[in-house]
Design a protein around this ligand. Sequence first.
Ligand code: ADP
Ligand code: MG
Length: 292
Amino acid sequence: MRNSEKMFQFFTIAHAFLVDIYRATYYGEITIFSYVQYMLTQLRINNLHVKVDEKEILHGIDLSIQQGEVHALMGPNGSGKSTLSLALFGHPRYHITQGSIFISEQDITTLAPHKRAHLGLFLTFQSPQAIPGVTISTFLKQAINAKRRAQQPAQPSLKIREYRDILQNTMNELQMPPEFADRYLNSGFSGGERKKSEILQMALLQPTIVVLDEIDSGLDVDALRIVCEHINRLRKKQQMGILIITHYPRILSYIKPDYVHVLMDGRIVTSGTYTLAHQIETRGYEQVTARL
Ligand code: ADP
Ligand code: MG
């Protein structure tokens, strides 16, 4: 890396640090301890109970994800993984009846979904919705500019050329053809194309915490590798905290998790390191959790 690039990186980090201190003091009293905690804890879920249509699906989830960490949430179909991701984003059908969710020091339990996004949270949907009539290009531009305005009201919108460059470069990296940007969002996309379109959104919105709900389903081996390489690059560049939701351990060999949690019937029944994912791969959920 050239010296000028190192200097630039140093000033970027120093600037982010000062902005953080400003925000920390703005949101409340600051002590060294609370500040360190504020800096490190990105997402904190406390004793979360979630009801869908009057039925309790999650029965008290505790999970903390710090900056730069990768957590995997595994569990058989129907265990409540998607319920957790949708509750994290404030889906109106998913009612939080007990517990809380924090991003850094801010309680987001009842915050509107777009405000959660402005605080740096990003979710890739297991089944993304199609929006015929809205092109990817228009959709992403609006989303980026809305986030910029929310973070700094005086910030001008991205210039068209600047936006086009960012979009095309990112699409190149994801090996998406340029004309993809002019297609209607998710309309008539294959499973793999939908997943790539989700990752494209993630790359452009630069979140600090991402929840990837079964990003591996519908992707063939090559597409999975490309998507995972991209996530790993973003992870390094942005120090993102990542929650990978999956029931197949294969994705975890591309994006190595620091922690693995197993969800069964709405409860995290065990947590461990990558070895746990490996055990699940060889012996299955039933055997791994039978000893508990
Ligand atoms: P997973 O993602 O682990 O496969 P889900 O969170 O999708 O599991 O589902 C957990 C349980 O909650 C299942 O029994 C499912 O039928 C139920 N459930 C999830 N969403 C809804 C919903 N919108 N309406 C009714 N039941 C739901
Ligand atoms: Mg699911």
